[in-house]
Ligand binder design. Structure first.
Ligand SMILES: [Zn+2]
Length: 341
């Protein structure tokens, strides 16, 4: 087994403002040290590069990119909304975040890595083609999925988003496409207030956008059941060539931004399920990309749990307990028959 590849770089701390905000460099500062201390020689450290504008432009509009560039040149702080700020080094940091994902994608496709984890910021899954929002400037995972189509001719990419918020930007980027199957499990009725079950894709993408909005207080049993069943039914029918994961840890019970109830260990279990699926279906190709997680302590514990799971020998299985209230989300889902959920 190859070592998992990890991207981290202190330049990810450069995007910051003076006002207090949940998405700040402290999220990663101690995480880098903890990962090094616990796993150093068992991981392959991968140096990020800055994503090229031509790759970013495949997802984001020129109008939006020009706006970001202007603020970077002028160095005047600017806010898209109360959470999404831009300052002098924001564009460079965001390009380095997207580029860290592309570097891992290249190495996974080249066969030198099987699995990777991009420990990056700013996060990306809320960034829409035409605007930044919800702490996100560039949509790292969408840029990566498009890059894999353009440079490696992949046409079945599975994106699993388990951040507690809906990945609206990723959904929008591929809403008309069947080349990316987007699955988002998120808490209902919280920011960004999208992600209804009725949003199922359009045109060629009809059926390839699966939203599973969950109730507050859903926890380990419900998530394990939901993900296990989705991977069993949807992934086995779709047969992805790679699995990309929007790994957000803000559904942790200690993260005050949400009211779902996931334990640290649940992220170990989630990772084991994803690894099994990647092993069975797509030659182990699995790429985690950091999204949210705003309690630095639970974020650190949860990322360490994910990496620990990536390092376990293959073959560990996860027992999935039935969850009545989670199963009800499938029964009522408009794609119930389409994917035999
Ligand atoms: Zn989130």
């Amino acid at each position: 087994m190859n070592k998992p590849g990890i991207v981290f770089d202190t330049r990810y701390l450069d995007h910051r403002i003076t006002q207090p905000t949940r998405e700040n460099p402290d999220r990663l500062r101690s995480l880098f040290g903890a990962v090094k201390q616990q796993f150093n020689n068992r991981l392959e450290t991968v140096q990020p590069r800055e994503a090229r504008l031509e790759d970013i432009e495949q997802i984001h509009s020129n109008f939006y990119l020009n706006q970001i560039r202007e603020h970077a040149i002028k160095g005047d702080p600017f806010s898209y909304d109360k959470d999404t700020y831009l300052m002098e080094l924001s564009l460079a940091t965001a390009q380095l975040a997207a580029g860290g994902c592309l570097e891992l994608a290249d190495q996974i496709m080249g066969g030198s890595l099987e699995q990777g984890f991009a420990l990056i910021r700013p996060p990306g899954h809320h960034a829409e083609p035409g605007r930044g929002m919800g702490f996100c400037i560039l949509n790292n995972i969408a840029i990566t999925a498009q890059y894999l189509q353009d440079h490696f001719q992949l046409d079945r990419i599975l994106v699993i988003d388990f951040d507690v918020h809906h990945g609206n930007g990723t959904q929008e980027a591929f809403y008309d496409s069947d080349k990316v199957l987007f699955i988002s499990i998120h808490q209902n009725n919280i920011f960004p207030f999208s992600g209804d079950i009725a949003e199922i894709g359009n045109a060629e993408g009809l059926g390839y956008n699966i939203n599973i909005p969950v109730h507050s207080h859903f926890g380990d049993q419900e998530y394990t059941f939901l993900l296990g069943k989705l991977l069993q039914s949807v992934a086995e029918q779709y047969l992805p060539e790679i699995i990309l994961v929007s790994a957000g840890y803000d559904g942790h019970r200690e993260d005050s931004i949400s009211s779902t109830f996931l334990s640290t260990h649940s992220f170990h279990t989630i990772t084991t399920l994803l690894r099994q699926c990647a092993r069975d279906i797509c030659d182990d190709r699995l790429l985690f990309i950091l999204e949210g997680g705003y309690n630095p302590v639970s974020l650190e514990k949860s990322v360490l749990a994910t990496i620990d799971s990536l390092l376990q020998p293959h073959g560990s299985r996860v027992g999935i307990l039935h969850s009545e209230r989670a199963d009800a989300l499938f029964t009522n889902h408009p794609l119930h028959a389409f994917w035999t959920l």
